[in-house]
Design a protein around this ligand. Structure first.
Ligand SMILES: NC(=O)N[C@H]1NC(=O)NC1=O
Ligand SMILES: [Zn+2]
Ligand SMILES: [Zn+2]
Length: 445
């Protein structure tokens, strides 16, 4: 009988506050021993030599749309979760849309979680939706384990998930505050975006730049200011997703300084891609809020380095290729980027290698802060007693991302063709190796 299930030897552990050489022993899905600077004694059913590799807490992707049930032809829990594992993620928070029926009541939550239990290779968590029709359902959703609620302040693009008007936001936040949960918002102004889009389209102005100009940063600023005022008035915890500009993250930080319980996410694509990519790659790089110019990208990196951004997620919101093809009208086609597999690659390449972003900071915004902010216990850190959710990374290995390397239901992404430095070699979820050297390892193989 071996002492442990898995031992990882000779790796360099990275936590959000430290880096050290250690051997790690896993048993029963937990990290049982972390032996710093001296060889760990004992045997294991599986020994992994991590010499030359960095051992990081698995990424917790707080923002994905896996679209199942109901829209599995766009993605799916099996394919989506495999892509995460291949990218070093060990948990995800699935958005209440674009699955159908959306997660706006307990029954729909259970339908999704039953499917995830069968299909996901990483740990699933769920956002509940806040829509004008479901304020009476929020408490039930909370009691059934959603990690928080998500509302759209502008149209969601999905017919069965209405955006929240001001009354819904105010009443919903009052209700969510009553049981101390949190509201995440997609913050763009409906009035500004709709009006500008109408104007552009009526003038035949439908280029990539026109689309971006129809969803300007001020539209995010307006919506974020408004939602902060509701957070102040109701005492509801607030989380702003996919801020595309430091001008937006600044507002959250000002609010925090005034004592508002708020946090902010940005996405890998706002750190790695610009309007030029949208022009070049067409629909593959279309999202909302849209990609910005390179000066905004650089400012976001500064914000990240300064601790002004709480977490980085993918907002993986895929669709079939036919819906991502833009010819000359950028107002047509699905807005949403396929990126779940590449978040860590982006942060290592563009952050650690190119801009000297410390590895500890990457762990903080991909693992520690997501776990802390949303009350996910025993995850986000490599330490004794924590869950064995771990990714092994070769920081120096470069590779060019190919479409056939993607585990998505549809093998496309704006990152295809990009050379990344920093490659995920192995991903361990609850003590089981689920991804190793380019392959998903499941019970069947
Ligand atoms: N419904 C949905 O997934 N929308 C997402 N896509 C995107 O680009 N931004 C979003 O909020
Ligand atoms: Zn959104
Ligand atoms: Zn989203």
């Amino acid at each position: 009988m071996s002492t442990y299930d898995v031992i990882i030897r000779n790796g360099q552990v990275v936590n959000s506050d430290s880096k050290f050489q250690a051997d790690i022993a896993i048993k029963g899905g937990k990290i049982q021993r972390v032996s710093v600077d001296q060889p760990l004694e004992g045997t294991a059913d599986k020994e992994i030599d991590a010499k030359g590799l960095h051992i990081m807490p698995g990424v917790i992707d707080t923002h994905v749309h896996f679209n199942e049930p109901g829209r599995a032809e766009w993605e799916g829990l099996a394919t989506g979760s495999r892509s995460l594992a291949a990218g070093g993620a060990t948990a995800f928070f699935d958005m209440p849309l674009n699955s159908t029926p959306p997660v706006i009541n307990k029954e729909n939550l259970q339908a999704k979680s039953n499917l995830a239990d069968q299909k996901s290779v990483v740990n699933p968590y769920y956002w509940g939706g806040l829509v004008p029709e479901n304020i009476a359902e929020l408490k039930d959703l909370h009691e059934n384990g959603v990690i928080g609620f998500k509302a759209f302040m502008s149209p969601s693009g999905i017919d069965d998930f209405n955006n929240a008007d001001d009354e819904t936001l105010y009443k919903g936040m009052t209700e969510i505050a009553s049981f101390d949960s949190i509201l995440a918002v997609h913050a763009e102004s409906t009035v500004i975006c709709d009006q500008l889009a109408k104007e552009k389209i009526s003038q035949g102005k439908t280029s990539a730049r026109d689309f971006v100009e129809s969803r300007p940063i001020i539209s995010e600023i307006e919506a974020v200011r408004r939602i902060i005022s509701y957070a102040e008035a109701t005492g509801c915890k607030l989380h702003v997703v996919h801020a595309s500009s430091r001008k937006v993250t600044d507002l959250i930080n000002e609010a925090k300084n005034k004592g508002v319980n708020a946090s902010v996410e940005t996405c890998a694509h706002y750190l790695a891609l610009t309007v030029k990519d949208l022009e070049k790659k067409g629909g593959l790089a279309k999202c909302a809020p849209p990609l910005r110019d390179s000066d905004e990208v650089e400012e976001l990196w500064v914000a990240l380095a300064n601790g002004e951004i709480d977490m980085i997620a993918s907002d993986h919101s895929p669709a079939p290729a036919s819906m991502k093809t833009v010819t000359d009208n950028y107002f047509e086609g699905w807005g949403g980027i396929s990126g779940a597999q590449s978040t860590l690659n982006v942060l290592l390449t563009e952050g650690y290698h190119k801009r000297n972003l410390p590895l500890e900071k990457i762990v903080e915004v991909t693992a520690v802060n997501p776990a802390k902010r949303f009350g996910v216990e025993n995850k986000g850190t490599i330490a004794e007693g924590y869950d064995a959710d771990i990714t092994l990374v070769n920081l120096e290995e470069s590779f060019e991302l190919k479409a056939e390397d993607l585990f998505y239901r549809h093998q496309h992404s704006p990152y295809v063709g990009k050379t990344f430095k920093g490659n995920v070699k192995t991903t361990i979820v609850n003590g089981n190796v689920v991804y190793d050297n380019g392959k998903i390892i499941t019970d069947e193989n």
